[in-house]
Design a protein around this ligand. Structure first.
Ligand code: DAV
Length: 356
């Protein structure tokens, strides 16, 4: 049970880097969000493991996060290890798997834990890594749901999208043009951010309008689902763009202004613009921008897990009076996730409230 991103954290799932595979084929949906400097890497290693020394370092970092979280009194759970290099074929497509990053698949809203209908073929079977845990949570009383599984046939993707230059694609994204179509509902849990009765979502490269509408009807009257949009040239996941860290306080990416910021200002929220990342330029970040620096995990509204080398970000939290727990995550960052992405907070204290 968890209603927001900041109540006192009691139990969390931490993902796994072991077995992480470069998706094969290098599909349009994936290509759309990968910087072109990495396209050769993705083509060359398709279907193979990410470099093993890198994965070992990422795994060690995730183990260290688990140890730190346990020291802070949090119960830590892990997905089952899965061989993501296994190739699978459905009536609609063939692909290998990718990795187990819980924030994208699992959405916890109150006592419900949902398997989200992610749009990448390489993530079609990712739920298998969590089934032991989900059955256990179900037996413990959780409401376990799975949104309609997408077919992921060719109609879900606009193949033409990745033929445009990056500049043209960025222009398209700003106007609401994305690689996913409206063929069927799809969304990643990470495109949602929760603040009690108010839940925020964005249309992105992986979340379509039909998916948002599906969620709106699913949630019913108990929650208000707000669609946000940003000055973001390649949106995928909201937690490095608009990361709510406490009741009425949000980290708002200064490079990606929120078009609906007035709603938050009117409600008296504190809008904090975090500093840029200090990630070394030669460190590979295969799946994302370096704004993972603001992709933090709150243990409660006064304690935050943050990258130990992000000194300006640490300074920002200190100024806000929030205690920082610095941990290293650079090698796990390369696989596309910060602390928020690599975790799913399955249990936080606190009840359903309104903050807007
Ligand atoms: O660069 O904002 C963050 C992805 C988090 N899974 C970005 C993408």
């Amino acid at each position: 049970c968890s209603y927001n991103e900041w109540d006192h954290l009691e139990e969390v799932i931490v993902g796994r880097a072991e077995g992480a595979t470069v998706p094969q084929p290098f599909a349009a949906a994936v290509k759309a969000i990968i910087f072109e400097e990495h396209w050769n890497f993705f083509s060359k290693y398709a279907g193979r493991s990410f470099p093993l020394d890198h994965l070992h370092k990422a795994s060690a970092e995730l183990e260290e996060i688990c140890a730190v979280l346990r020291r802070e009194g949090v119960t830590v759970r892990r997905p089952d290890p899965v061989d993501f290099s296994v190739k699978y074929t459905t009536p609609d497509f063939t692909s290998t798997g990718q990795l187990a990053m819980p924030r994208d698949l699992l959405l916890v809203i109150g006592d419900e834990i949902m398997e989200c209908p992610m749009s990448w073929r390489s993530r079609f079977f990712e739920y298998r890594a969590y089934r032991s845990l989900l059955k256990e949570y179900f037996n413990g009383g959780a409401k376990w749901t799975a949104a309609p599984k997408p077919q992921m046939s060719d109609e879900l993707y606009d193949e033409e999208y990745v033929k445009y230059s990056p500049e043209e694609r960025h222009k398209l994204a700003l106007q609401g043009g994305f690689v996913t179509t409206e063929f069927e509902p799809c969304f990643d849990a990470a495109d949602f951010i929760r603040a009690g009765k108010d839940i925020f979502v964005q249309r992105s490269q992986v979340t379509n309008n039909m998916g948002i509408e599906w969620m709106r009807r699913h949630l019913g009257d108990k929650y208000n689902l707000h669609v946000l949009s940003f000055g973001d040239t390649n949106p995928m996941h909201m937690d490095s763009t608009f990361n709510i860290i406490g009741p009425g306080i949000v980290l708002s990416n200064p490079d990606r202004p929120c078009h609906q910021i007035g709603m938050f200002k009117k409600a008296g929220w504190t809008i904090v613009h975090p500093p840029k990342s200090t990630m070394p330029a030669d460190h590979p970040v295969w799946f994302s921008s370096t704004w993972l620096s603001m992709n933090v995990l709150m243990l409660d509204s006064n304690r935050v897990v943050v990258e130990k080398d992000e000194k300006p970000t640490i300074e920002m939290f200190k100024k806000l009076g929030i205690k920082t727990i610095p941990v290293s995550l650079r090698f796990a960052n390369s696989l596309g996730g910060g602390f928020h992405c690599w975790t799913s907070d399955v249990r936080r204290r606190g009840k359903l409230e309104s903050y807007l």
